[in-house]
Write a protein that binds this ligand. Structure first.
Ligand SMILES: Cc1cc2nc3c(=O)[nH]c(=O)nc-3n(C[C@H](O)[C@H](O)[C@H](O)COP(=O)(O)OP(=O)(O)OC[C@H]3O[C@@H](n4cnc5c(N)ncnc54)[C@H](O)[C@@H]3O)c2cc1C
Length: 300
């Protein structure tokens, strides 16, 4: 099906994008990679009357490191992150970027668009919540920086006002001795995962967990920080007993719905299995091992 009629506007600066959004009214939408919005428009599940294309704003494509932060412009593509130095330094970023859908989607889809879409099955919300992440927004009153925890409010709902845009995503560089992993399980490349999990650990004395974040994806209306699972490991040895307690707490934190991707029980079990593997891989990486991780497909 073709999309319903709309007008198309190119913005060459963030100020112009915001001005256009104000002038064109509540039914106008930003378009970035178009990988979520265009399919929804073709299915007539989204009917914006106007699109504001932010792709001409070249400053939104930059990746830089400043003041202990990785700073990604909103238009940085998944593929840029897959092949970036940032992905090599912070493996959870590479795991996430390299696993999203297929090459075509990764070449077009953006980090800013993914967070603005706030799809509960999206990977970035889960992976970035395992790190200290904030979202930089620009609107009529200027710039504000919102912690990711507050930016994503509900399924497909964020703290963005209609006339605000995401300009950047800032991620604090994890300390020495810290590493993470993002894992997702899906039926095939061009579909969203059935469940996903991210773990970021900071180790001391090789096997004691000084700090930890554990996040579940696709098993709730937003990505879920499994805080009781984190408490089961924080300050403790990474042994079988403590990891089992963390996995059980993570399963209890999951709140999945049954759908075509699987039953709620299946997804809860899957989330627990992914958490266990993510903890194991994160710990090996934190000890200096090079371990591959990412999206797994059924039957592969
Ligand atoms: C076949 C297929 C499979 C996919 N599989 C996965 C997957 O496994 N994992 C995954 O995480 N994602 C997946 N995706 C989604 C993909 O990652 C998209 O790139 C992402 O969801 C949206 O980014 P985008 O740049 O394409 O945004 P767009 O589609 O352009 O926009 C999405 C929404 O965000 C708004 N928006 C975009 N950018 C901004 C901005 N800077 N400021 C304010 N609002 C903005 C738009 O108005 C729109 O409402 C898949 C997509 C497809 C088509």
């Amino acid at each position: 099906m073709y999309a319903a009629p709309f007008s198309y506007h190119r913005a060459t600066s963030v100020q112009e994008a915001v001005k256009l959004l104000q002038e064109l009214g509540e039914e106008a939408r930003v378009i970035a990679g178009g990988q979520s919005l265009i399919p929804l428009m073709k299915m007539r599940m989204a009917r914006p009357t106007a699109l504001v294309d932010i792709n001409p704003i070249s400053s939104l494509r930059e990746i830089e490191t400043s003041k202990g932060e990785l700073r990604f412009g909103a238009l940085v593509r998944h593929a840029d992150l897959e092949h970036s130095a940032a992905g090599a330094t912070v493996p959870i970023i590479h795991d996430c970027a390299a696993g999203i859908a297929d090459v075509q989607v990764r070449d077009q889809g953006t980090i800013g668009g993914s967070l603005a879409e706030a799809d509960p099955s999206g990977d970035w919300g889960t992976a970035l919540l395992a790190l200290e992440t904030s979202v930089v927004c620009f609107g009529p009153d200027g710039q504000r920086t919102v912690p990711l925890e507050e930016f994503i409010q509900d399924a497909f709902t964020t703290a963005l006002a209609h006339d605000e845009i995401v300009t950047a995503v800032h991620v604090k560089v994890p300390p020495k001795g810290s590493a993470g992993a993002h894992l997702a399980f899906k039926r095939s490349a061009p579909v969203y995962p059935t469940a996903s999990a991210s773990a970021q650990l900071t180790l001391e004395d090789h096997n004691r967990c000084k700090e930890v974040r554990i996040v579940l994806g696709c098993v709730g209306l937003t990505a879920i920080r499994a805080k009781e699972a984190e408490a089961a490991l924080r300050g403790k040895l990474l042994d079988e007993k403590n990891i089992r307690a963390a996995v059980e707490a993570a399963r209890a934190a999951a709140d999945p719905q049954s759908d075509m991707r699987g039953s709620a029980d299946y997804k809860r079990m899957l989330a627990g299995a992914l958490v266990k593997r993510a903890i194991g891989i994160a710990a090996r990486r934190a000890r200096g091992e090079s371990v591959e991780a990412g999206h797994e497909y059924v039957g592969r």
